[in-house]
Ligand binder design. Sequence first.
Ligand SMILES: [Zn+2]
Length: 399
Amino acid sequence: MRVFLSSLLCAAILGYRAGAVVIDDFSMTSQKFLSSGVPEGFTLDLNEERLVQFAEDDKPVWITEREKIRAKALGRKFFDITHTPWFKRPPTSLAPSLAYPAPDKQNLVNTVIANLTVDGMISNLQKFTSFRTRYYRSETGKESQKWLLNRISEITAEYASPSLTYLITLTEFTHPWGQNSIILKIKGASEAAAVENGTVVIGAHQDSANTIPFLPAPGADDDGSGTVTILETYRGLLASNYTPVQDVEFHWYSAEEGGLLGSQAVAQSYAQENVNIHSMVQFDMTAWVKRGTREEIGIVTDYVDADLTEFIRTLVNTYCGIPYVDTQCGYACSDHASWGKAGYRSAFGIESTFDNSDKNIHSTNDRMDISDEFSFDHMLEFSKLAVGYIIETAGWSKL
Ligand SMILES: [Zn+2]
């Protein structure tokens, strides 16, 4: 009730239009920022109408970019479906219903895990968080994407054997807003297995956003941590001369913070082209261990594939030095949701329970040096999990 009264008061003082979202106490400072125009270096029309869906059973609604930013600031999650109002689902024959076997490649997985270190994660994240913001509609967001693309190329050049280099392709999935998603593919040794069992996908989002998008957003945890976690997984696999049987892809999505825009575009494109995806696992926020809590890997249980999620739990037990804990994250929580919507199996691993996760996100305090609760050793546990997921599902072709 108190919240309700103060909200009414605030709304009355500011004369703010309630619009499509509830009346609230979104701060005066925030509103000032959003009413004072778009600064240089950003390509954003705050009055542009966007089609947004807030819940699975809700009808999509048209709201402005300004209202979208405000809704996000209030903690509401959504798909921005302006560019993807409908999804063509892949034929059911392409969405495999194979049971997940018990992990049985411990020797192979542990060889790669032994190669993983925090060194690259630290230096990569230092650079990645040095961009003022990685907002998907900003100049620095484009620059950070180009840096990441180049860093992946450098790692490939440094660690891939000549035979492996031949199997690797690095592409930009272009988006109209300027910051592109990045797709790294390691072609499987068996064309037949790749076609039959599908591509194994692991993802993170590369963009960051302050609650007020024009302000700095180092995005160390959200989702710089996931970005460099899967980059270290990739480096470790290359250093071990890993050759998958099925195709494997690493995705670094653009514009997760704008309403899962990048991952929806990628997932829709794959579905439209009938690409067989074995499964997709997302890592968004992998660094934070809240003081006084047990270090755990959060396994999200809502809006995910239950069988794949159970398989991920088994992988944590097999390959990680810490236990898992189940948690919920809500509708449209991260990029895995785009794959689920497209009819593919997806799962989501996060740093802790949702309650114990990093509360500095979407602010200038989302920094890697903010607290010793930001842990690279914790991130390394997710790199191990990713290595286990990839090798156990895509196999290892020892030619
Ligand atoms: Zn995120």
